[in-house]
Design a protein around this ligand. Sequence first.
Ligand SMILES: [Zn+2]
Length: 363
Amino acid sequence: MTRRMVALFFLGVLFARPIIADEGLRTFDGRHSIANIELTLVYFVPKDRAPLTDWRDRVSYFAKRLEAFHRRELDGQSSLKVIVGAEPFRASKTSEAIRGKDPNETFYNTVDETRNALKWPGKPRGAFPILLVLSEINWRELDDFRRIRVVDGKEEHEGNIGEGGRHFPGADSGGARATYWSGEGFGLGLVSADGWRVPYSGSDCVVYHEGIGHTIGLPHPEPIDNSVMGLAQYQGWLNETFLNVEQKKTLGWKPKTARDKGPDSLFTAFTAIPTPATPKTGQPVALVLRWPSSAKVKSLRARYQTEIAGPWSEVKTELGTTGSPPTRLALPPFKRATPVSYRINVTLEDGQEVELWGYFQVK
Ligand SMILES: [Zn+2]
């Protein structure tokens, strides 16, 4: 398994970049057109687990984030279509059997069963095919909502927390990885539960990094940077990062002046950061909202939950009468220590819409 992974990792280096006569974006090694990409996004549930009741909302959220980022960063020169399966994929094996000995076995056990059952990729459809599996489990047992792992009977924290106390994806028990199959012309990716089920800011970066980046052959930039193939997942949401320009040029991207990155793009500008980052029980907590310049808000909806399988509670929102959008959204104080996931839906008067999910912990 390990040798197979290593071979795949180096494919981009082993094959010389062929000279391509036709126009349009291609995989990192130049072998396959990515003018159109079709990403099949599958929610994978082992036999001994139950699907999240709101799984479709979660999976569709990533589908929209990926499409918006891909369009913005490649200026429409590569078009990404994400297809979300109608039902969760119910695996024939238990979590333990799927996990195997190590994260590489987990990867192949997960993607191989999914591919075979779906007979993926099927007939060519004029698009570069990618299968991305969002798994209900991690390589090792991990409570990704509380970010707790039980070691020798004791609860230990596991998960990435930034300097300011914000939560970002990243856990040793995770196991997300992806491969680009140069000979066959497709990509396969797995995002383990810790990378997507709980919406830390940066989870959408992980889903793009594995789901689109590595599966079209993009490596980590050298030197490492803050792009989506670099360290973006430890810094913020997908709308706040970028694709490395040298990597884009290797794909065949041509710089364009009109880019959907300006101060008026809702997707690019909007963030909602919990303040304080780690509120204490009973302490007021608010989401600090960042808007595009001169945004006129038509509707604003916010919800939160304190259990991953629990209900979503509505947050009272007021648009005010001044015409300028609210910069703070107060959440009710939390009476006990708990993780909190939140989600916000915004529509502007000019028709732009965005959805953003986040997470924090009350201590
Ligand atoms: Zn990577």
